[in-house]
Design a protein around this ligand. Structure first.
Ligand SMILES: Cc1ncc(COP(=O)(O)O)c(C=O)c1O
Length: 366
């Protein structure tokens, strides 16, 4: 069959998920598993969202309304931006894919981002035959924006910057990105992927989404997967120039956001208590974990996200394997080219303490 597959797709490898919670339970004969690997919401799913999902389950037989009109309206109120400047997708992953489809001419245009970066920028660039150029992050994972600017040429159509960044948690203040955006040549668009922006502190120093109209070449990308706890339902959105938004809706598959995801998104926006509490738990947990990880001899990188990047004083693989056997999953970063580092999502107070206890067990007696 290989002869029929498009040539540029032949070398693709399937996404390699880690072991599932059930597989780990069976392999190590464990009961409870703690997962601090995918930067999900430590508080789980909002009880209000669960109730709404139950109420709407009988409507699963209906198609969703094309264009997610209700959610677009609520998001516009929530963000204080006009509806015409909002697009919605099946996770921000889908929006990344569609922005490349929309803007990047295969073989002609290129995409620019940092290395390491969120994997979807790379895979979707390859799928759509776009040349991908990457500028290395500085050693401390800060952004080399001067070099990023240097690398822009006539082919550059899209730039991806993740702020706060994944997997480091590093973030730049908005003024830095505003200055960068002012330098963009015509036809070059900057996507600021703000998947983790809700955990930046103070938020107003880091995002200028509300000033979007002064920056028509900037696309602000956000998700319901983190602060709102809807990772499994797949819901993301972006704020962007209204002409781009118009074309986005023309090419998005009409029903890519399912009816339950849209209802859940609407409910999540109303549940102020849940998302404020999520932010509180993450900010407090982040501070606690950073301090304790340092006390245990780890090199810890300052984070404005809901996870922490650290380098343990022994082999990262040994730490990862030890935790896994105990039933606690964190993230190895080999696929990011960082085999000596680990990333842990901020969990509940109890989960954070258990993580540190296990870590102490393996690091403590050195
Ligand atoms: C930087 C970054 N962007 C986008 C996403 C994707 O988010 P979504 O769940 O909305 O597809 C993630 C997910 O972890 C991420 O880390």
């Amino acid at each position: 069959m290989q002869q029929f597959i498009r040539k540029h797709l032949l070398a693709f490898k399937a996404y390699e998920p880690g072991l599932s919670i059930e597989e780990i339970q069976a392999k190590y004969n464990l009961g409870k598993i703690i997962k601090l690997a995918s930067n999900e919401n430590p508080l789980g799913t909002s009880p209000c969202v669960i109730q709404v999902l139950k109420n709407y389950l009988p409507y699963a037989f209906r198609y969703p309304r094309e264009g997610n009109v209700a959610l677009k309206k609520e998001l516009a109120k929530f963000l204080s931006v006009p509806e015409a400047n909002i697009v919605i997708g099946n996770g921000s992953d889908e929006i990344i894919d569609l922005l490349i489809r929309l803007l990047v001419e295969p073989g002609e245009n290129s995409i620019l981002t940092f290395r390491p970066c969120f994997s979807i920028y790379k895979t979707q660039a390859r799928v759509h035959k776009a040349t991908l150029k990457q500028v290395p992050l500085n050693k401390d994972f800060s952004f080399n924006l001067d070099e990023l600017l240097n690398q822009i040429d006539a082919t550059t159509r899209l730039i991806f910057i993740t702020n706060p960044d994944n997997p480091s948690g590093y973030a730049v203040e908005k003024q830095v990105l505003q200055d960068f955006a002012q330098e963009l040549p015509p036809g070059c668009f900057l996507v600021i992927d703000e998947a983790y922006i809700d955990f930046a502190d103070p938020l107003e120093h880091y995002s200028f989404i509300q000033e979007f109209s002064a920056y028509p070449q900037v696309i602000f990308l956000r998700t319901f997967s983190k602060l709102f706890g809807l990772a499994g339902l797949r819901l993301g959105y972006a704020v962007l120039n209204e002409d781009l938004a118009d074309y986005f809706w023309r090419i998005r598959l009409p029903f890519s956001v399912n009816i339950l995801a849209e209802k859940a998104g609407l409910a999540a926006l109303q549940d102020t208590f849940f998302y404020q509490e999520t932010r509180r738990v993450v900010l407090e947990g982040r501070k606690f974990l950073s301090t304790k990880l340092q006390e245990l001899g780890c090199e810890v990188f300052p984070s404005q996200a809901n996870f922490i990047l650290f380098k343990p004083p022994i082999e990262a693989k040994d730490v990862f394997d030890y935790l896994l056997k105990k039933g606690l999953i964190i993230r190895r970063l080999t696929s990011y080219g960082l085999p000596d580092f680990l990333r842990v999502s901020v969990g509940t107070e109890e989960e954070n303490k258990i993580f540190l206890t296990y870590l102490q067990e393996i690091l403590g007696d050195r």
